[in-house]
Structures are given as structure tokens and as C-alpha cells.
Design a protein around this ligand. Structure first.
Ligand code: SAM
Length: 225
């Protein structure tokens, strides 16, 4: 059976990333995540780990000293490159298990919905160790993740059975991250059909059929290390 989801090898980061791009543009329509992170990246050397199609890069790079956009998928980076072309920005196509940057070289790492896509725990641990290696001693990591509850979790069958989200968020907290901010935001698609089509393409028909509106409420948690 075809597996539908947004885990590491999802078709939506490769041959069908046009769908991911629509999803990404709809996500956090009111820009609350951008507002939450902006002051923390200003005038810093930033690594956007798993930058995808450049949703945050596009808004942040001009505020930073240097912006590294790293992603495993060259197809995702291709879309990001169409949005950003600046000498301050360096694209890196590789797995975050081996980040080609020196020790203690980055002030801030932002990573939005990435570590949870890495389902193998050993691999995820390796990525976290690499993040700590490249981070300056007084640097910070911000992870943007799904919080327990809310419409987005309900639609994807992660609420009321909260186990998957809770296990992952517990993994983050056990690594020493603290909850920096909880944000109530929403996806806004062009219309209900677009929302339904995107959810069906990514998660399959059963989940797509649960989409009732072009707006989908989304509870987000920002973790800091
Ligand atoms: C859910 S998307 C998030 C993309 C982007 N951060 C955003 O907010 O739109 C997850 C991204 O992580 C990337 N990714 C998954 N595993 C990775 C790995 N091991 N190393 C680097 N990037 C990875 C995927 O290619 C994908 O672009």
C-alpha cells in the first residue's frame, strides 16, 4: 500500500513537491511564526535545517549576516532558489546527519517541522548531535513543531489519540528543549477544494475527506535549546 505522509522520503519533497509548496504557502497565513522568530535571527549567522522550499528563508535571509539553507531534497531547494538569490545565502543539499559546516560556527539554527519527519531514532539523534556540533556555545536552536490538539491534528487522526505527537514532543523535551512559545495559527488555502486536494495528495482520501474549509486551525509549539 502506498504510504501517505510527510516523512523524510515523502513524494511531496520530491516529484510532487508542487503540492508541498501549496501546503507550505497556506501554512501560518497570519505570519505568527515569522513574528515569533524574527528578533532571534536578526544580525545572526543562521542555519535553516530542512529549509524545504524556502518558506522562512524568503522572509528571514535579509535580516541575517549569513543564511544557510540545508535540505536533503534538491527538488525542494530548487523551489527555494527561485525565491532567493543573494550572496548572503548558501544552499546546502545533504542529509543533516553530516552538516558540512565547522564546529561552533552558527549563532542560530531554525528547523521547522523537520526532525519529526526523520522516523529512525538513531538518525534523528545523529542530526541533533550535528546541530549541537555546529552551534556556537552561546547559540540557540528553535524547533517549530505541531502542538497536541487543534483541527490540524484532528484531521490527521492525531487527536484525540495524541500518542504520536506526544511521543515526538516528549523526545524533544528529553533532549533539553524548553517550550519557548505556543502559537495558535491557521492554514488558509485558496478554497476548500484546494485544501481538500492537498490533504488528499499528502495523507490520502480518508484524511482529505475530513477537510471542511479552506481555513484549518493549527496549534504550534516553538521549542528552544
Ligand atoms: C515538513 S518539510 C519542512 C520544510 C520547511 N522547513 C518548511 O517549514 O516548509 C521537511 C523538510 O525536511 C527535509 N528533510 C527530511 N529529512 C532530512 C534530512 N535527513 N536532512 C536534511 N533535510 C531533511 C525534507 O526534504 C523537507 O524539505
Amino acid at each position: 500500500m502506498k504510504e501517505f505522509n510527510l516523512s523524510e522520503k515523502s513524494k511531496n519533497y520530491y516529484e510532487e513537491n508542487d503540492i508541498y509548496e501549496i501546503f507550505s504557502i497556506a501554512e501560518d497565513k497570519p505570519n505568527k511564526i515569522y513574528e515569533c522568530l524574527l528578533s532571534n535571527i536578526k544580525n545572526r549567522i543562521v542555519l535553516d535545517l530542512g529549509c524545504g522550499t524556502g518558506k522562512f528563508m524568503q522572509k528571514f535571509y535579509m535580516e541575517t549576516v549569513k543564511y544557510y539553507g540545508l535540505d536533503l531534497s534538491k527538488e525542494q531547494l530548487k523551489i527555494a532558489k527561485q525565491k532567493v538569490n543573494n550572496e548572503n545565502v548558501q544552499f546546502i543539499c545533504c542529509s543533516a546527519e553530516n552538516i558540512p559546516l565547522p564546529d561552533n560556527s552558527v549563532d542560530v539554527i531554525i528547523s521547522t517541522w523537520v526532525l519529526g519527519t526523520i522516523l529512525e531514532i538513531d538518525k534523528r539523534n545523529k542530526v541533533f548531535n550535528e546541530m549541537k556540533r555546529v552551534l556556537k556555545k552561546d547559540g540557540s536552536i528553535y524547533l517549530v513543531e505541531n502542538d497536541i490538539g487543534g483541527e490540524f491534528e484532528e484531521i490527521r487522526n492525531r487527536y484525540p489519540n495524541i500518542k504520536k505527537t506526544k511521543d515526538y514532543n516528549d523526545w524533544i523535551e528529553n533532549k533539553g528543549f524548553i517550550c519557548y512559545k505556543k502559537i495558535e495559527t491557521y492554514f488558509e488555502f485558496k478554497d476548500k477544494e484546494e485544501a481538500k486536494n492537498v490533504f488528499t495528495n499528502i495523507w490520502g482520501e480518508e484524511i482529505g475527506n475530513k477537510v471542511k474549509s479552506q481555513i484549518i486551525r493549527h496549534n504550534v509549539v516553538v521549542y528552544k535549546y
